[in-house]
Design a protein around this ligand. Structure first.
Ligand SMILES: [Zn+2]
Length: 421
C-alpha cells in the first residue's frame, strides 16, 4: 500500500481472469490412463500461454505433459547484486470430489452478511462458515451450488498471472529472475512425480494454494504408508479344527488393536494418527492399507514400530498365520526444509505485513506439493489464496483476499531483490 499498489486495477484483472479460468473444466481424473489426466488442464495451460504472449513473453508454451514454466527476466539496474531466483507455483487441475463441469461463478458484490442460498441444499451460512463475516460489504464469489467453484487452485493461478502482469507493467519495481510454475494433477498426488525438475532453476518457491487470508503454511505431516498382508490357511470347515487359519479374522483382530484415540476423527492440532483406509480379503489372504501421520518423525516412526508389534501379536494369536508389514515414506514435513533457510519465511511474512495485515502461521494436517518440491531441493512454503471450503459445492472466494495475495506476490519479488543489496 505504501508503495502505491494499484488495488483497483488488480481487482478488475483478477476477477476477469478468475471467472474465465473457473468456467473451464480442468477436473483431474483418477481413472484416466493419460498424463495429464484430463484435456482441460492442457487447455488452461494454453490459455495462460496465450495471455502471457500478449503480455510480451513470447515463446511460452506448456510442455507435452501440461507443465507450464514461465520466466520473468530480472530487471535489476546494472551494478546491483543479483537476487536469487524465486518461483511462484499453482496447479491447473481441480478436485474430482465435487462436480467441476459447467462451473458458473456468481459474483456477490457488497455481500450483505446473510446466508447465501445457492441451491435447495447448498447454503453458505455465516453461522456455519464464520470467515464469511470478514467480508460483509465486500465481494465474495461462489458457484451456483451445482458444482465446486475451483478456487482451489484457480484463485492461485489468477493471482500469479495478475502479479506477473503487474510486474511487467511496472518496471520500476526491481526484482530478480522470477519463474511461474503451473503444474498438473496435484489433486491426484501424481503431478509432482512427473515435475520436470531439471527445468526448474529457482532457488526458492512459493505455492499459492492455501485458503484463509494472511495464512502461511510452513509445516505439514510426516507421511508414511503401511501395507499389511495377512496370510491364513484354508481347509474344509469339517476338518478345520486346529488347522484353519482365517485371514479375515486376523485383519479384524489387527484393526481392533489400533488405538482409537490416535485416529483422524479423534485428533486435531499437533496430534498424529493411524488411518486405515482400505481393506480387502478372503480366507487365505487379506490386505490392509494404513496411513501413519505425525508432525514429528520420531512419533510417526514409533507408530510404525507399534504396527509391527501388533502384527506379531496377531501372528501369536493365530498359530500358522502370517502378517507381513511393508512401510513406505510418502512425504516429509516441510519444516525440515524451511528451517535451514529462514529468509524464505521471513520475507514472506514481511511481504504480507506490507499489505497491511499480520501474517498467521499454520500447520497443514496433510501433505502438500510444496513439501514434495522441497524434497527435490527447492524449499517451498504455502501461501493463502483467499478461497475457502475447497473440494465442495460450498466453495467460495473473497476477492479482497485474492487482491492481497497478488500484492503479497509482488512484494515478495521486490523484497528478494532488496534483500541482496
Ligand atoms: Zn490445491
Amino acid at each position: 500500500m505504501e508503495r502505491g499498489f494499484d488495488q483497483g486495477w488488480a481487482r478488475d484483472r483478477l476477477l476477469e481472469r478468475f471467472i474465465r479460468y473457473a468456467r473451464l473444466d480442468t477436473t483431474s481424473d483418477r481413472h484416466s490412463a493419460t498424463f495429464p489426466s484430463s484435456a482441460g488442464q492442457l487447455e488452461l495451460g494454453r490459455m495462460l500461454a496465450a495471455e502471457l504472449h500478449e503480455l510480451g513473453l513470447a515463446g511460452v508454451r506448456p510442455d507435452e505433459e501440461g507443465f507450464l514454466f514461465v520466466g520473468l527476466p530480472a530487471n535489476l539496474p546494472a551494478g546491483r547484486k543479483a537476487a536469487p531466483e524465486i518461483a511462484l507455483m499453482a496447479h491447473l487441475d481441480t478436485s474430482d470430489s465435487a462436480p467441476g463441469r459447467d462451473v458458473r461463478p456468481i459474483v456477490h458484490e457488497r455481500y450483505d452478511g446473510k446466508p447465501i442460498r445457492l441451491q435447495q441444499d447448498v447454503v453458505l451460512d455465516p453461522a456455519e462458515f464464520p470467515q464469511l463475516e470478514r467480508y460483509v460489504g465486500r465481494t465474495v464469489i461462489t458457484s451456483d451450488g451445482r458444482t465446486l467453484l475451483g478456487a482451489d487452485n484457480k484463485a492461485g493461478v489468477a493471482e500469479i498471472m495478475t502479479a506477473a502482469e503487474y510486474l511487467l507493467a511496472h518496471p520500476e519495481i526491481p526484482h530478480g529472475q522470477v519463474s511461474l510454475y503451473f503444474t498438473v494433477d496435484e489433486e491426484l498426488g501424481t503431478g509432482m512425480l512427473r515435475f520436470p525438475r531439471s527445468r526448474a532453476t529457482a532457488r526458492y518457491c512459493y505455492t499459492f494454494d492455501g485458503d484463509e487470508e494472511g495464512v502461511i503454511e510452513a509445516e505439514c505431516f510426516e507421511g508414511y504408508k503401511a501395507q499389511l498382508t495377512f496370510t491364513g490357511r484354508s481347509i474344509h470347515t469339517g476338518v478345520g479344527r486346529g488347522k484353519l487359519v482365517n485371514a479375515i479374522e486376523m485383519a479384524a483382530r489387527f484393526l481392533a488393536l489400533l488405538p482409537g484415540a490416535e485416529s483422524p476423527q479423534a485428533t486435531d492440532g499437533r496430534y498424529g494418527f493411524y488411518f486405515p483406509l482400505e481393506i480387502s480379503g478372503s480366507l487365505e489372504r487379506a490386505a490392509l492399507e494404513i496411513y501413519v501421520r505425525d508432525f514429528e518423525d520420531e512419533e510417526a516412526l514409533r507408530r510404525l514400530e507399534a504396527l509391527r508389534r501388533m502384527a506379531q501379536a496377531v501372528e501369536a494369536a493365530h498359530p500358522g498365520g502370517r502378517v507381513e508389514v511393508v512401510t513406505e515414506k510418502q512425504y516429509s514435513n516441510l519444516r525440515r526444509y524451511l528451517e535451514p533457510v529462514p529468509r524464505v519465511l521471513e520475507l514472506l511474512e514481511r511481504a504480507i505485513r506490507e499489505t497491511g495485515i499480520e501474517p498467521v502461521r499454520r500447520s497443514i494436517r496433510g501433505g502438500t506439493d510444496g513439501a514434495r518440491l522441497s524434497e527435490k531441493g527447492i524449499p517451498t512454503p504455502n501461501v493463502f489464496t483467499g478461497g475457502h471450503n475447497f473440494h465442495s459445492r460450498q466453495e467460495w472466494a473473497a476477492l479482497p483476499a485474492m487482491v492481497r495475495a497478488v500484492e503479497t506476490a509482488v512484494n515478495l519479488c521486490r523484497l528478494w531483490a532488496e534483500s541482496e543489496r
